[in-house]
Ligand binder design. Sequence first.
Ligand code: ADP
Ligand code: S3P
Ligand code: MG
Length: 181
Amino acid sequence: MSSLLQGVNLYLIGMMGAGKTTVGHLLAKELGYGFLDTDNVIAQAAKKSINEIFAEAGEAGFRQIESDVLAQVCSYTKLTVATGGGIVLRRENWSYLHHGLIVWLDVPVDILYARLAADTTRPLLQDDDPQGKLRSLLEQRTPLYSQADLRICVNAEETPEQIAHKIIQAIPSVLKQTAVN
Ligand SMILES: Nc1ncnc2c1ncn2[C@@H]1O[C@H](COP(=O)(O)OP(=O)(O)O)[C@@H](O)[C@H]1O
Ligand SMILES: O=C(O)C1=C[C@@H](OP(=O)(O)O)[C@@H](O)[C@H](O)C1
Ligand SMILES: [Mg+2]
């Protein structure tokens, strides 16, 4: 599989709680790829948590750093990259993402909410109605996530390992399309 991919990076996109970080890590191991999480790169470089960056620089400040990090990351090969859920919002980010293969982890809101109900590390969910917030973010972002090369629908029973295998099995179909087009 990794020879079929020829070093092309995989970018995981999707909502907060979709499992991009968890699945991305496993996927990289399976493919013999390196693994990067844009949120981790941002937090390590700033020596601050994502919550602190949002509090100090606002969402706009965070988005600028996120774009800067993505621009750097896409000059490397053989990487599986877990992105932050909002990476799809800026048009310029798509020019970076399209250097690789973009995989959307599509997970229903009730599952996202169950996973993140007790989580305090997502500043956008520190809201009176986190489930409603997830619903409105997903509605707003669905047309953007839909631009991925590959959409992987996930149900509540699937383990991260099963999802990683599902992605690996689906990759040849998109590579074939790319070769034909
Ligand atoms: N397939 C899965 N089944 C059950 N829990 C999962 C699954 N994938 C991720 N999780 C859990 O959901 C939470 C969010 O996962 P994470 O990988 O951080 O998502 P993301 O990076 O997309 O925000 C974590 O607690 C993680 O352990
Ligand atoms: O959806 C979003 O706008 C965000 C998702 C987070 O990453 P995860 O998708 O890994 O949770 C993180 O980048 C930040 O809190 C904003
Ligand atoms: Mg993540």
